[in-house]
Design a protein around this ligand. Structure first.
Ligand code: BGC
Length: 756
């Protein structure tokens, strides 16, 4: 969104004003033609008919103006003081599409995003429950947790009067500095797609629509409005597109949001290969495509390429799907059948998802205590114990003195900025931080780690130092039994981190404190991976991501062992930027209108696959995560049943504490080549009592064992041997392996065995 850049926003708004003055009837529905009367019968409102039939009947009953209104979205807030929010939009919301009351079809009220019900900045934010960041949900590796979180935030959306939630962000983490990684689900298509699918299903279980976004390859924020993402199409099918395809299959998401960037030339919102081809033809998507806010660039090209709805038209250079679309249909440049299909897709989704039969109303009751517990459980399952030398953690409740240092840990936990910003019940914990404008403000949730730590160790003396003076912090730490340093990295939409280093001299702070007290534990609240020059000098590191509205309690529960950590990294932590496919970020953050290309030469070799291919040793590998207990694997076997590879193995808790493990199955072809040596093929999250063994069986998604062929649009696997490795992480910790012989197989474009 252009909320940040006043020049671009002003220029765009001026243009919109000029167009509005020249064509006062640009908004659909503004035509002078009299509105027809309300029909005596409305058979499309009969819930016993199927959604297709209902939508066909409804569209048949619509006037041209009514059809046009469905495809034209308004921003739900004032834009830079220049354009006013639509009067019927919910205040400080993402968007609004008027309904057709004459036909009994309600308006669409849109809210961001995947962490909860967000508010656009302004004087009257909604206070809602925030889930931890998407990366933290992905770190749980538990689809049930993703579903529960989605169901919770979707219920708050419904209670707030929204029937469209702009959730389901699943851009693969190709760039660890990407300012929106915290909204996404990591670097692996199988993991990210699976978790997104369950989260979206949870949102839509509230009889509202969720999006899947940003389609596709919006892999960095720098230059996002103009950059041309260049990638081999087959590689894209096996990476970012595969994540979206899996998410869509699992969830049947009602809407897909096309992205800001270009893809191999065209903007994604007017790319016929992507929208009509991949999404609607190949995947059989029956929902509707909405543009990102400011991502529509044309009328005829966009409509004919498959865009169904222009969102927040105030952000675009022109109201393309307003009067211009009406004109284009009159001249035949956009066929009438296409406009009918656009309206059909939108109302069909509304029928299919329950939006018409179960209208939303603001002012619903929200159980913040129960929802806060859902958020806390997600955080507890997603906390990743990166290092724990000498078993310094969990802390004993009998510890006498604890120094808590930095990160505003006395009052709250951090969240990420931009359109997804959820504001907490109880107000922002730290006032006056910069930036206070887009993509800010910087929001700390009032869930104090310090207080939660004190509650875990009621007899301990817990002291706080804000960490702004490393020497002073070191003096505080020196006298304590244990020092807990909270380090933070704030990041937000539209901004990439310029480096993987922690900001504000926090590396120096940690080093100095560790020098004063060898029992120093670092708790990281970061948007994504960071580098850790001090790693060898501290015995323990806990990755707490952005832990959501109950994050302080979750952190304390893990530090003291009330919860045994079971999160595993959904993304590689690089040792340095030099290991990345693009050591330097392309583009210039100061020139958003700069035209440039990003060459995704790594293709499908994203994250750990790239590291494997290049032989780079990361700081922490994908999949890594420690527990307070230990696990061992045995009896690994693979077998093809009904054309699908099934993997069986046993997991034993070999320690003294109950805990959860995430055994990961990686597949490596021995007689053919993939983009990289191995791929994640399956995993499970297993809860085990001390000494307990469980047998697990997982079925492998066949597309993960195949290569996509763009020419025939099929997934292919030659006959041959594949090595299966069961391990704690992508680096092979605790690994056991077995080789299986797989028959040749050709799957259709949707991954189904091809009919002969
Ligand atoms: C973001 C979308 C968001 C939209 C509406 C855009 O800036 O890229 O993710 O849904 O704004 O707020």
């Amino acid at each position: 969104m252009h909320r940040k850049n006043p020049t671009v926003a002003a220029a765009r708004t001026a243009l919109v004003a000029a167009i509005a003055a020249a064509f006062p009837l640009f908004a659909p529905g503004a035509s002078a033609a009299p509105e027809p009367a309300e029909p005596a019968q409305k058979p499309w409102l009969n819930p016993s008919l199927d959604a297709d039939r209902r939508a066909r009947l409804a569209v048949q009953a619509m006037t041209q103006q009514e059809k046009l209104r469905w495809v034209f979205g308004y921003f739900g807030n004032d834009l830079g003081g220049k354009s006013k929010k639509h009067p019927d939009a919910l205040h400080q919301s993402a968007g609004y599409i008027p309904g057709t009351p004459r036909l009994g079809l309600p308006a669409l009220f849109e809210t961001d995003a995947a962490q909860g019900v967000a508010s656009q900045a302004g004087p009257n934010v909604r206070e809602r429950t925030a889930l931890p960041s998407g990366l933290m949900t992905a770190s749980t590796w538990d689809p049930k947790v993703a579903y529960a979180g989605g169901a919770m935030i979707g219920s708050e959306a419904r209670a707030s009067g929204f029937n469209v939630m702009l959730a389901g962000g699943v851009n693969l983490q190709r760039e660890p500095r990407n300012g929106r990684n915290f909204e996404y689900l990591g670097e692996d298509p199988l993991l990210a797609g699976t978790m997104a699918g369950h989260a979206i299903k949870g949102v839509e279980s509230n009889k509202i629509i969720s999006t899947l976004k940003h389609f596709v390859l919006n892999g960095q924020e720098t230059g996002r409005f103009e950059l041309d993402a260049r990638i081999d199409k087959a590689a894209l099918r096996m990476s970012d597109l595969l994540a979206m395809e899996l998410a869509l299959e699992l969830s049947d998401a009602g809407s897909v949001m096309c992205a800001y960037n270009r893809l191999n030339g065209p903007y994604t919102c007017e790319d016929p290969w992507l929208l009509n081809g991949v999404l609607k033809r190949d995947w059989g998507f029956r929902g509707y495509v909405m543009s990102d806010w400011g991502a529509t660039h044309s009328t005829v090209a966009a409509a004919n390429a498959g865009l169904d709805q222009q969102s927040g038209h105030e952000f675009d250079k022109s109201p393309y799907f307003g009067g211009a679309l009406e004109e284009a249909v009159k001249t035949g440049a956009v066929p009438q059948a296409r406009l009918d299909d656009m309206a059909y897709r939108i109302v069909r989704t509304m029928f299919a998802k329950g939006v018409v039969d179960h209208p939303v109303k603001p002012g619903g009751v929200i159980d913040f205590a129960a929802n806060g517990a859902v958020s806390r459980q997600t955080a507890e399952e997603g906390m990743v114990l990166l290092k724990n030398e000498g078993r310094i953690l969990p802390l004993a409740k009998t510890v006498r003195t604890i120094a808590v240092i930095g990160g505003h840990a006395d009052v709250g936990v951090l969240s990420g900025g931009g359109s997804s910003q959820v504001y907490p019940v109880g107000g922002i914990a730290v006032k006056g931080l910069k930036p206070d404008t887009w993509p800010g403000p910087v929001v700390y949730y009032p869930s104090s780690p310090l207080r939660a730590i004190q509650a875990q160790a009621p007899n301990a003396k817990v002291v706080f130092d804000d960490g702004t003076d490393p020497a002073r912090a070191a003096r505080v730490a020196a006298g304590a039994d244990v020092a807990l340093v909270f380090a933070t990295q704030w990041i937000g939409e539209a901004n990439d981190a310029q480096t993987l280093a922690l900001p504000d001299r926090q590396d120096e702070l940690i080093g100095t404190v560790a020098g004063a007290n060898p029992r120093t534990v670092v708790v990281l609240e970061t948007g994504g991976p960071v580098t850790m020059p001090w790693l060898a000098r501290v015995p323990a590191v806990l990755q707490a991501w952005y832990p959501g509205t109950s994050g302080g309690e979750a952190i304390a529960n893990v530090l003291f062992g009330a919860v045994n950590p079971s999160g595993h990294l959904p993304a590689t932590f690089p040792a340095s930027e030099q290991q990345l496919p693009r050591p330097k970020l392309d583009g210039d953050p100061k020139v958003p209108e700069l035209q440039f290309a990003v060459d995704y030469h790594e293709g499908a070799a994203v994250g750990y696959k790239w590291f494997d291919l290049k032989g780079h040793k990361p700081l922490f590998p994908f999949g890594h995560g420690l527990s307070y207990t230990t696990f061992a694997y045995s009896a690994l076997a693979g077998q093809v049943k009904d054309g699908r590879l099934h993997v069986r193995f046993k997991v034993t808790n070999t320690g003294n504490l109950a805990g959860k493990d995430v055994p990961q199955v990686y597949a490596a072809p021995l007689s053919t080549k993939w983009e990289a040596p191995k791929r994640l093929a399956a995993w499970s999250k297993v809860a085990l009592q001390p000494g307990e063994t469980k047998e697990v069986e997982v079925a492998v998604e066949p597309r993960v064992l195949a290569m996509f062929d763009e020419k025939s649009r099929t997934w292919r696997r030659p006959q041959g041997k594949v090595r299966l490795t069961l391990a704690e992480d992508a680096a092979g910790t605790g690994a056991t392996s077995v080789t299986v012989d797989l028959p040749a197989s050709t799957l259709d474009v949707r991954g189904r065995p091809r009919a002969r």
